[in-house]
Design a protein around this ligand. Sequence first.
Ligand code: M6R
Length: 359
Amino acid sequence: GKGAYPHYMLKEVDEQPAVMRRLLNEYVTADGQIKINADLLTALEAADRLYIVAAGTSYHAGLIGKTLFEKLAKKPVEVHVASEFGYHMPLLSAKPFFIFLTQSGETADSRQVLVQTNQMGYPSLTITNSQGSTLSREADHTLLLHAGPEIAVASTKAYTAQIAVELFLAVALGRHQEQAVALEFDVNHELTLVATGMEAVLSDKDQIEALVKHYLATTRNAFYIGRGTDYALSLEAALKLKEISYIQAEGFAAGELKHGTIALIEDGTPVLAFLMDQSTIDHTRGNLQEVTARGAQTFTIVSDAFAQPTDQIVLPQVNPLLTALVGVVPAQLIAYYASLQRGLDVDQPRNLAKSVTVE
Ligand code: M6R
């Protein structure tokens, strides 16, 4: 049950630091070894390219995973929306390996791709929260999310758990291939910092509630912008907001706005920016000035080290590869309070089911 919580979503958002610690217990020894089956690592090493296939929030977790695999294991990755990939399969590399990300393990769009890749004889892994689920049974390998049941339609702790499991896999694969950056990556330390960073955000919900009241009370639309993994996170932040507050929210690559979409900015349009990717923060701040000049109300979510006095939400510093894990928490809370303040059904938004079992 949801215990003392008014909604499952809030409970599940709050559980995320505990899920990070539980995952460390499940996957990482005290001295930092990663407990992943050698057969799986050998199969991944043999692949020349990883194909991550998923839907919705899981797809967004895959976008973060791409960066992790490419940086920590030097393995090229493509990330695909399952419903597109199944019907318009791109030209595949010579030795593909398929990773299915699915909280439920039952998403029909993802399953129809697995059925095809099995027919083609390609190796596969399902990363899921549900042991014994269809996609788990039908793939060669399974890694569990250990997030506990996720009841709210809006996926929250599954997203952060998926990124953590992708991290374990990327570090283990990188080490298997003797990549220095993976050998040196201190998973216990970095993920513990993430858990405490999440706790810091979660301990100041009132601030976020007040900001939502100020910036999003009556708006019909909003933009999230960012670059690099901040862009990938913008897509997830916008999906959360759309799904439960019905605000028409768009996640956008900050530099792409001026190529057309900036025409939508009017007096008062909320533009929320993630500023955690060090190499592009100044550019994104420049994009914020462009939209401010056209009337936008801007709102920033920024890592401590880069914060300026006018920033709204300041996040504790974590490893640059893991910023989405902490950055998503305010976005989840923004969606939650926007839904709540509009009197909507937070856990069961209109038109949606928890698990989408039709193609
Ligand atoms: O169970 P899955 O991870 O395969 O589900 C995929 C999507 O249907 C799911 O993430 C959906 O987008 C959520 N409602 C988003 O909050």
